[in-house]
Ligand binder design. Sequence first.
Ligand SMILES: Cc1cc2nc3c(=O)[nH]c(=O)nc-3n(C[C@H](O)[C@H](O)[C@H](O)COP(=O)(O)O)c2cc1C
Length: 334
Amino acid sequence: MYKSIIRPFLFKINPEKVHDMTFGGLKIYKHIMPMRSMIKHETKSKHSFILKEIPLRSRVGLAAGFDKGAEVFDELADFGFGFIEVGTVTPSPQSGNPKPRIFRLEKDESLISRTGFNNPGVEAIKERISKYPNRRYRLGVNINRDPSSTETEAIVSDFTKVFKELYEYTDYFTINWGSVDAKTFEAVLKSLTNIRQEMEVSKKIIIKLPADIEEETLLNVIVLAREYQADGFIATGPTMDRSNLLCLSKKESEKIGIGGVSGKGIGYKSKDVVKFLGENVKGEFIIIGAGGIMCVQDALDMINYGADLLEIYSAFIFEGPKIVEEINDALANI
Ligand SMILES: Cc1cc2nc3c(=O)[nH]c(=O)nc-3n(C[C@H](O)[C@H](O)[C@H](O)COP(=O)(O)O)c2cc1C
């Protein structure tokens, strides 16, 4: 029904508007208890999973950027996600880049985006996520600095602030490799690890890798992850490479302007990174396969290459919520 009736209607509307409409709908859905119970029952994963002593009700998670402001993560979890990553969250509220900043490429089943860090800031996020202490899914927060913080000291202080403020309420934190320079990233990782050591409960720290990462850099990141006891990797985020967008003309691409490619247009880049991690660090780190998982086969490929868990974003838009259940069902059969 999603692809034949709902999607054609939604795809006539500007992507960000559809996003707002979806959130509006989910905020109403939240109060319709019989419907919630029915959806929860229908999408109940038959594939619960224990990873490094963490029980997960499903291996499929929702990637960062969908619920940047932690507005509807609890409702989104009803669709069968085992974990949801909110954010990216920064210390202060941010409006992000000017609109339009999300472009839907229907024929290429891809998105180009340059949203920036639009989010309501750490205080609002804390207020929202603290309302859900008893979750049936895992909650992650993708964190970053305020764009105005440019010096290492200020950047470390920003990450530290968000980390400390939200520590009590989350299961894991994600920091994006490439969002700050390598030296600053190391300083951030070191600082977060030190804070974690002082805490009673150890929350996971996950490093999200870009799709365009080179092998040499990847090896360096692994060394850092070992040194500062990061727990895992998300492989990967979007790519800057548009060569897999076969239906996008040069003119259209120029008109859109800069932005990262998500969805099918990531091609094999994310799978290659997962494969590399699978061959080199499987068992040592949690490997979360992400980027370009658009169908059940992509999900199975990621698992075969070494992913422990999966994260999706674009597939939720192009395939609809059912994709979560379909992947869960397929994983239950292997
Ligand atoms: C509109 C949009 C906004 C995003 N915002 C964020 C973000 O704030 N932080 C982040 O780490 N990733 C962000 N991402 C990247 C996704 O989390 C994901 O890594 C990427 O889309 C690849 O997964 P997919 O191919 O399943 O979409 C965003 C992606 C899109 C399309």
